[in-house]
Structure formats: C-alpha cells, structure tokens
Design a protein around this ligand. Structure first.
Ligand code: ADP
Length: 874
C-alpha cells in the first residue's frame, strides 16, 4: 500500500517543480538536503554518503545532505560539474510555523515550516568570491534569432558589464567563442541552439519587452544615450534580463548600461582560429600554455580580466590602438613609476566584484570596506599620476573617473571599522564615534559585562566556592556554574540562587542580579545590531546609487593595470612597440613566439628569432622544410604578433610594422582531432571553405599543412587549389606551411608568392634542426631523418629509404609515384640480407607490419626466424 505523501513531501514536490530541472537544496535545520534523483546525482559528484529518509510510493527515499555552513564549497563543485541548483530556505522559524498552525486551526505539533526558493545558483550568475576565479570574467549570454539576424546579449554579473551584439546567423560559433560564456540561455525550441544552452520561454525574447526591461533597469525614457540597438539586440537583452530576474527571484544583479558591439571595430576571428591560436586556453583546456598566461603581468584580477577581453577582441581602429600603445609606452619609459604603481595596484581590492555583490543584495560589510579602500586608493593613484608630465590622452580620459566619490569614501571611512567582517548578523562593523546612540548601547552592554565579571568575584567570596564561574552559551544565556559537590549550598531556598540545569559534574544556577545584567546586554545588544543593520542598509543604498561611477573607477584602474602589465612584459622580454599602418604589409623583424619561447627558456633552450616580410607584391609565403623544423611556430608567432599589436600591446620582436588586419584566420590540417565528432578531413575542409568565403585583401591567413587529412593526391591537389585561390581571389596576406614539395611549382604561376623553408642540416648522419627561416624552396624532404630522430627502429628507417628510392626512380621514369613499387622485394626478404644478431631478431620482429603479410609469407617468415633463432643460440 502506498500511503498519502507527508506534508513535507508535498512541499518538497511543489518546490521541486518550481525548480525547473535544477537540483533542489532543501533546507532542514543546519543542512541542505537533497532527495530522489537529485540525491543520487549530487552524492556521486560530491562523493558524499547517500542515505534514505522515510518512504515514498512504497520505496525508501534516497537522501544526501551538506551542512549549511560549508554549502559554498559543495555548490562550487556542483556548478563546476555542470549542475544548476535551486536553494529552498526556511522562511519562518518553527515557532512562527506553530503560531500560524494555531491561527489556522491545524495540528500545532505537525506544523511544517514554510520554505521558498530564494535563489538559483547557476554557472553564469555567481557573485560569491569563493565561487569565482579572480582573473577570469564569468559571462552569461542570451542568444536568439530575429528575422535572420542573431542577437547576442552578454553580461558579467560579477561586475555588471553588459554588451549587445547583432550579427549574421552563421556567426553564432564565432560570437560564442569570443565570449567564452559559462552559461547560455536561448528561446525554447530554437533549432540552432548550442548543445549546452538552457531553454527559456520564447516570450522572454521579444524585442519590445527587451527594450522596456532595459529602460526600467536604467530608469530612462529612451536608450539613445547608450547607443544604437537593433531588434535582435533588444530581443536578446530581453531574454537575458528576464532570466536574471527569474534566477534572482525578482532581485536583479548589477547591470551597467549596455554597450552595443559592432563587428567592424574589432578584429574578426572565428572559433577554429581562436582554438588554434590558444588565446585564452591551451589545446589541453587550461589557462597554462595559453597566450594570455604568457602575457599576463597584471597586478589585479580586474586587470587580468580586461587583458583577456582585449586579447579576445583586438581592435581594428588605428586610433584606438595607438591610444593604448601610447599609454603602454609612457609606463614603459618610466620603470620607477611603473614599479610603484604595480605595487599599489597589487593591494587594491576587487572593487568591481564587491560592487556586484552589493547590488545583487548579497553584499557584506567587508564588501563595503573594499569599496571604501579601493576608491580611496583610486584617488591616491590619480593624484600621483596627475602630477606626471606628458600624460597620454587615454590616461587623461581615465583620471577623472578615479577622482570622484570623495563624500562616499569619507562616509564609509567614518562609518566602518578598519576591517569589517563578512558576516553582519553579529554586528561589530560600525565604527565607534559614528552613531552616539549605538555607542551608548555598546556602553550599556560593556558595563553590564563588567558587572557580570564583578558578580563572579562577589559570589565566590560570598559562597567560598573558588571554582564558581559565570558562563554563557547560546541556549541558556548567562548562568552560574559550580562543581556538583558544591551544589547543595546554592540549592538552599534562601541562597538567592535559582537552579537551572544539572549536568554530569556541574550544576547551573541563575540569580536576580545576573538576570538583570544579562537582560541589559541582551536588550542593548539586540538594539545595537538593529542599529548597525540600519546603517548597513543606508550605506548599501548610497553605494548602489553611485554604482555606475564606481564601476567606471574600477574600469579605469583595470585599464591602467593592463597597460602597466603590458609595459612590464615588454621590458622583461625586450619587446617593441608595433607600428600600425593602413597598407597591407606585415614586416616583423626578429619575431618570436611568446609561449614557445617561454617553454624553451624554462628548459634552458634558446628561441631562434625569425623575420617575416609580407607586402602587396609578396603576400603569400610558402614554407617548406622538415617536420619539427619550426614551421607551425613561425606561422603562429606572426598571427599572435598581429593579435597582440591590435589589442594595443607591445610585441615579441625587435621591430614590427603591421598593416591593419580586418580578419585573422588560422587553420591546421586535420590530424587526430577526432574529439570534435566530425570527420577530421571534413572539418578541415569546412574551415578552409570559410576562409575562401570570408578572407579579404586586409586579412591575414595562416594555413598549416592543409590537405594533410586525406590521401596524397587529393591532399596535394586541394592544397594547390587553396593556395591559388588565396593568392588570386582573396589576395590576403598568407603564410602557408606544407610538406608537399610539389607546391614549389606554384612560384612559377603566382607572382606574389615566394618560397621559404626552415633550415636543417645533416651532421654526422644525424639531422640538426636550425629553426631558422631561409629563402627558396626546401632542398628535400627530411621525413626519414626526422623518423630516425624520433627513435623509429633503424631497420624500418632503412627499409623506408629503399622504398623512397624506388618511388623516386619510378617517378623519374614514368611520372607516376607508385610506378616504382612493382619490383620492390618484400620487406622480409630485404631484411634477411642484413647480418643478424639476436638483437637484430628483436628489431626485425618489432618492425614487422603483420597486416601487410600474406598468410604464406607469414609462415615462411616464421620458419626463417626460427632458423635464425636457432643459429644465435648455438
Ligand atoms: P613544424 O611545424 O615544422 O613541424 P614546429 O613549429 O611544430 O615544427 O616546431 C617543433 C618544435 O621545434 C617546437 O615545439 C619547438 O620546441 C621547436 N622550435 C620551433 N621553432 C623554434 C625556434 N624558432 N627556435 C627554437 N626552437 C623552435
């Protein structure tokens, strides 16, 4: 028989339905409990015990729980594992529940505490310091399609930065790759939605509603002052704000005025390019080994986040780039100022994120303290910088934002203690002298505490019990405690003490005086906490009212930090300031790859710098040479130098003149990138097709071994056609690395194409890779020497050499690659001719390609090997 669900289970199921697919954290006393499948899932992820509680539908209900005080750590792990969590809190005390039951006439003993979902915790809507990475933005994106255009709204709610973009629908991948969002919401049933996206009602994504929501949030009658927003942008903004409203249960986080993003202002890069250049994450998926990790010398988390944004969206506007470079140069030229500045910045609190928590209603006194200290520091930094001569234009624009807030800082300084706590229930964060009434209340409790301490001495004297103590706990409050053997004296009716509790070895009492003093502390304490709470609310209100200018100060500091970090990196690595020009050239002298160079340096090796000189007349370099010779590295370093320069930083070279690039493409021939689930060669071709469709005369394209993913003839033919197309039709600047010798012939027909190779030398039979770029075609292919270098067994290399000789002979005689193979002796026979040792036997076995042998050949070989083995044994 299945019984009727208990009221608690009914409440649970109602909340679970409201949680819309999120895990439900159901508050029970000091724990958040999870039930049913939620419990199974969470227990597995968190590696905690799965138990049961009662039954439902005749079966035991699986349950697991986490203590409330440690919930943040568990939440972090669940979010990381891709879960979304709804927090159901008790919104009344058990006493209130009983009171309510009494009023409603239901059984008081069974009164169920009311619970509500107070918040959803999702990857894109975190504000807690403990759940966020200081050096990474945390982006939530909403995406939708409106009449053939794609609207993308994104926000980092930890700092309030909001951006709206409208783009072509086929740019979805590129737009999302740039944002690196940790959570994406889309309208229900949208066919094109990315896999992990979360669906929300379609009605949330209406452009009129979106416009209305934006106006309400910013309390304006028109959005004109913020920029030009089209319908796709507004629809996406609507979806985003509606979602934030849902997740915060009506409590909106910090949202700064939206910025309209325009594609033309930024260097366009698609997803494949970003992945292959390893801008923010390496191919292994970590920050380590990425471009940003090799560049980042920022002193603050906010600076590091802005640097990542700069690198994700380099500029296309010469003037804007020049302004950033000018600031980097200014700080580069003054190492002392830079050192001081970086030191001061290192101690700066993360104002932006503290503000984010405060506006979201999750702020603490400590966050207010951070705003106070951060803004005070901003003013000091402004005062120092403002006295320096020859200030760059960008700095002049940033300084005013850092100077305001005098009154707010002053108020926070008067109101708060030097290091306010993160908790506010117990008060203690309002400074002395700020509120006379609060001081008086504190005086009362202080006096009462002293009176209680005095009582202890007095009672000891009166009773003669030296072990008598006055103690305090959360349940009884203040009490007098004596060891059990002395209790009788205090039990006497006329002793003036009243019995409260008998413990194993002690007995506890109260007294009238103690009761009175404790009452004073209790009342004064309660009123004091209420007073502090009111001050907290008032200070929060003041901060919220000036949120936009506080955010502007934080942004100005982050920009200065990025520039100081870039200058520092340049000084450290001997980098230069690039010159950005309009015509389509790319002249890099002594260019280096920042990530490879750093990796080599850590193992004591030196990086060989190389030049790149592309111009309209010599715009496509075909680069040959041995594997591992440094072709990929050279290609990438030039792409990264362009990216760094247009992000407004110095570059790893001794000189660089860069014609502004509108689109950057990087492609690597398919190898073992199967993880992406499409045929690798298919992927390679899809990505190549995109270049041919989109690259312009202002683009820069690097193609690494394209054509590698298919058979020799196909691959060569495709590589040939792609080079021709880039040269003739797209006319982009291009570096093309290939191991196809045959492509050298393109130099005859393509006049703006030139041949280059990475140098190698054979020395005492071994291959030495020089990693040095030289003009002209590669003299030959070094595949066999590389194989030897890599430890392929000698007999196999020797065998390959004879195959190669035949192939080349055949080609020379008949023009067909495979023609020479006809009279090639079998591998085994070729081998048998060589003198054998028992080690030779082992090598022969290791080198066998069993699949290439017919059964008959295999049997013959086996007899032969047996014979050989017999020989060596005797
Ligand atoms: P390829 O593309 O020709 O196969 P890579 O560019 O992948 O070669 O380089 C192979 C390795 O050679 C790199 O991992 C690096 O260790 C080293 N290398 C590449 N370029 C240089 C250089 N310019 N100076 C020193 N070492 C280099």
């Amino acid at each position: 028989m299945t019984g009727k669900p208990t009221p608690m289970m009914q409440q649970y199921h109602r909340l679970k339905a409201e949680a819309e697919g999120c895990l439900l954290f159901y508050r029970m006393g000091d724990f958040f409990e999870l039930f049913f499948d939620d419990a199974r899932q969470a227990a597995a992820i968190l590696d905690i015990a799965l138990t049961t509680r009662g039954e439902h539908g005749g079966e035991a209900v699986p349950m697991c729980g986490v203590p409330v005080h440690a919930a943040e750590g568990y939440l972090a792990r669940l979010i990381k594992a891709g879960c979304r969590v709804a927090i159901a809190e008790q919104v009344e005390t058990p006493e209130e529940a009983k009171e309510r039951a009494r009023r409603e006439g239901s059984p008081v003993s069974k009164a169920l505490v009311k619970r509500d979902i107070v918040r959803f915790v999702t990857a894109g809507t975190l504000t807690e310091e403990a759940l966020l990475e200081p050096r990474r933005a945390n982006v939530l994106a909403a995406v939708c399609e409106v009449r053939g255009a794609l609207g993308v709204a994104s926000v980092d709610i930890s700092t309030g930065r909001m951006e709206l973009e409208s783009t072509a629908t086929n740019n979805l991948g590129a737009a999302l790759a740039r944002l690196g969002a940790s959570e994406i919401v889309v309208p229900e049933g949208w066919f094109e939605a990315p896999d992990a996206a979360f669906q929300r009602p379609r009605s949330d994504f209406a452009s009129e509603a979106g416009e209305r929501r934006l106006k309400t949030v910013h309390d304006v009658a028109t959005l004109d002052a913020f920029g030009d927003f089209d319908r796709a942008m507004l629809a996406a903004a609507g979806g985003l704000i509606a979602y934030l409203d849902h997740v915060g249960r009506g409590n909106l986080p910090l949202l700064l005025p939206p910025v309209a993003r325009s594609g033309e202002r930024h260097l366009a890069m698609d997803e494949a390019t970003r992945t292959s250049l390893e801008i923010l994450v390496s191919q292994q998926g970590s920050r380590q080994g990425s471009l940003v990790a090799a560049i980042d010398r920022c002193s603050t988390g906010a600076g590091a986040r802005l640097l990542a944004e700069d690198l994700s969206a380099p500029l296309c506007d010469r003037d804007a780039i020049a302004q950033r470079l000018q600031l980097v140069q200014w700080l580069y030229d003054d190492p002392l100022l830079r050192a001081d500045l970086r030191q001061v910045l290192r101690a700066l609190p993360d104002i932006g994120r503290a503000l984010g928590r405060i506006v979201a209603g999750r702020g603490s006194p400590r966050d207010l303290g951070q705003i106070r200290d951060g803004l005070a520091e901003a003013r000091r930094i402004r005062d120092v910088l403002a006295t320096k001569p020859d200030r760059p234009e960008l700095l002049e624009r940033l300084l005013p934002a850092m100077g305001g807030h005098g009154a707010l800082v002053d108020h926070l300084q008067r109101a708060l203690v030097p290091s306010p706590p993160t908790e506010r229930q117990n008060g203690g964060f309002v400074a002395e002298g700020y509120d006379a009434a609060l001081d008086a209340l504190r005086l009362v409790s202080g006096n009462a505490r002293r009176a209680i301490a005095a009582l202890e001495g007095k009672y000891r004297g009166e009773t003669g019990i030296a072990a008598l103590k006055i103690r305090h706990n959360g349940v009884l409050g203040y009490f007098i405690e004596v060891p059990a053997r002395h209790a009788d004296a205090l039990m006497a009716p006329d002793s003036g003490f009243t019995h409260r509790q008998t413990m194993a070895g002690a007995v506890r009492f109260n007294s009238l005086s103690l009761h009175e003093e404790a009452g004073r502390i209790g009342e004064a304490g309660g009123r004091g906490i209420a007073a502090e709470e009111a001050h907290f609310e008032e200070l929060v209100g003041e901060v919220v009212a000036t949120r936009e200018t506080i955010a502007a100060a934080a942004a100005a500091l982050a920009r200065i930090d990025v520039a100081a970090g870039q200058a520092e990196r340049a000084a450290e690595g001997g980098w230069c300031r690039p010159e950005i020009v309009e015509h389509a050239c790319l002249e890099i002298v002594d260019g280096r790859h920042p990530v490879v160079e750093a990796a080599l340096a850590s193992s004591g090796a030196r990086f060989v710098a190389n030049d790149c000189r592309l111009s309209p007349d010599d715009r496509l370099w075909l680069i040959g040479g041995p594997n591992m010779g440094g072709k990929s590295t050279f290609l990438r370093q030039n792409a990264l130098i362009v990216l760094l320069a247009q992000a407004g930083g110095f570059v790893p070279a001794s000189a660089a003149t860069i014609g502004l690039v509108d689109r950057l493409f990087s492609r690597v021939g398919a190898s073992d990138n199967l993880a992406r689930g499409r045929s690798t060669f298919m992927v390679e071709m899809v990505e190549t097709a995109a270049i041919l469709a989109q690259a312009t005369t202002r683009s820069f394209v690097i193609l690494d071994e394209v054509g590698r993913g298919t058979s020799t003839y196909d691959g060569l033919a495709l590589a040939w056609a792609v080079v021709e197309a880039v040269h003739e039709t797209n006319r982009s600047r291009c570096l093309f690395a290939t191991h196809y010798h045959e492509l050298s012939r393109l130099a005859e027909s393509c006049d703006a194409l030139s041949l280059h190779h990475v140098r190698a030398r054979e020395w005492k039979g071994d291959l030495v890779l020089l990693h040095e770029l030289a003009e002209g075609p590669a003299d030959r292919s070094y595949g066999l020497a590389v194989a030897k270098l890599a430890g392929v067994p000698k007999p196999v290399v020797a065998r390959a050499k004879s195959v190669l000789d035949r192939l080349e002979k055949g080609r020379a005689e008949t023009g067909g690659i495979a023609a020479g193979l006809g009279d090639l002796p079998l591998f085994a026979t070729a081998f048998a001719a060589e003198p054998e040792t028992s080690d030779g036997l082992r090598e022969r076995l290791a080198a066998l390609d069993l699949d290439a042998l017919s059964p008959r050949e295999a049997l013959d070989l086996l007899y032969e090997l047996k014979r050989e083995a017999g020989k060596t044994e005797t």
